[in-house]
Design a protein around this ligand. Structure first.
Ligand SMILES: [Cu+2]
Length: 388
């Protein structure tokens, strides 16, 4: 009488019948079982106790799996210079949004009509270590420095050169993990007398490489959306230097959710909008530039998306006690926070960092402005467009 094959024998035959990739996976599982239990998965007793070949295949696969996990942790190099610039808060020379009864476009209102170009210092990104080719950045990013990106697990190497003659500057980032030298902030420790790190002050003509780790605590928390924004800015004389224009965004994407460039895979468009009243004349109204990304009265252009796009808005605040802002979108609502709440107004204070998601559905061009009354009148206004 012919014996029925035992369960072990059937398993063994099944394994042998599997195509190679499946057999590799199966053997990898066996290897893990052996490592944990110090014995093999019960198999056909006539089969060798997990053959050398099977072990080799399994170990190879495990090694590949481990390598693929580590391969995701990238070293991202950025080349950023601090440079002197002339910045025009209203390059069109017009109020492009609203004219109080005049025909469009209309003149900028007083006291800003003839006062909207100032000397600034900005972060400019280059494509090469020789700092010879500036990287173009989108029009809507305005005065902000480049969008630096990381996926959780990545290390950022920010090669910073101070090409401005106007002073010593630095790069200090919120949110990432650094050692003292890469903190990029100038101060003494009151308890230990600890001096500033090497990157706290980069003199004109000098360069410094900041090493910032985007670890788990730099990324979105459990339940948050897949990317989050952090400020980076100069921190030698912080308040002066952010007002000078030395500030920009860093976006960290959840592990496994980033494209090659670091942006999140589940979002079609990401915009950054920084609400900041630059103070150009010691607090005189004519020098208070109520800007979004450094533009006033609709001179911020390029916030354009398509119907159906999942759009992520990273909202940033900076400045002084007057910088309490309430960005408001016409035409759409958004979700913010965990658990998500629905709104079309976000609350910002100086150095706030808020992320809000929008599903673009309402085709048209819509107002996007700060809802603080004085700030509307002073030009903290532009539009965004949803194309069909
Ligand atoms: Cu405001």
């Amino acid at each position: 009488m012919r014996n029925h094959p035992s369960k072990r024998q059937r398993l063994h035959r099944l394994e042998m019948a599997l195509p190679m990739p499946s057999r590799l996976l199966y053997n990898a599982r066996r290897i893990i079982f052996v490592l944990i239990n110090d014995t093999d998965i019960p198999m056909n007793p006539t089969a060798p106790f997990l053959s050398q070949r099977s072990r080799r295949q399994g170990m190879l696969l495990l090694l590949l799996l481990l390598l693929s996990v580590y391969a995701h942790a990238a070293d991202r190099h950025y080349y950023v210079a601090a440079e002197d610039a002339r910045w025009d808060y209203a390059p069109s020379n017009f109020n492009l949004v609203h004219c109080h009864g005049d025909s469009m476009p209309c003149a900028l209102p007083y006291p800003w009509r003839t006062n909207h170009v100032y000397a600034k210092v900005r972060y400019v990104e280059y494509l090469d270590a020789g700092f010879s080719t500036p990287k173009p950045q989108p029009e809507w990013l305005g005065i902000l420095g480049p969008v630096l990106r990381a996926e959780v697990g990545d290390t950022l190497h920010v090669h910073f050169c101070n090409k401005s003659a106007s002073g010593s500057y630095s790069m200090h980032s919120h949110g990432v993990r650094y050692d003292k030298d890469s903190e990029g902030a100038h101060y003494m420790g009151v308890n230990s007398g600890m001096p500033p790190g090497r990157g706290a002050s980069v003199r004109p003509g000098d360069c410094f490489e900041y090493i910032w780790h985007a670890d788990k605590s730099s990324g979105p928390a459990e339940g948050d959306v897949s990317s989050k924004v952090w400020w980076y800015h100069s921190h030698m004389d912080e308040s002066d230097e952010t007002n000078s224009g030395l500030l920009g965004p860093l976006i960290v994407t959840r592990k496994g959710m980033a494209k090659a460039d670091g942006s999140p895979i589940d979002v079609d468009k990401e915009f950054i909008a920084a609400f900041f009243i630059f103070n150009e004349r010691d607090g005189e109204e004519s020098g208070l530039m109520h800007s979004i990304n450094g533009y006033i009265f609709g001179n911020l252009k390029g916030l354009i998306m398509k119907k159906g796009d999942k759009v992520r808005w990273h909202l940033l605040g900076m400045g002084n006690e007057v910088d309490l802002h309430t960005p408001h979108w016409h035409g759409e609502t958004l979700t913010i926070g965990t658990p998500p709440r629905r709104t079309d107004v976000v609350e910002l204070l100086p150095a706030s960092m808020v992320t809000a998601d929008m599903r673009a559905s309402n085709v048209g061009e819509w107002l996007f402005h700060c809802h603080v009354a004085d700030h509307i009148d002073a030009g903290m206004v532009t539009t965004y467009q949803i194309q069909p």
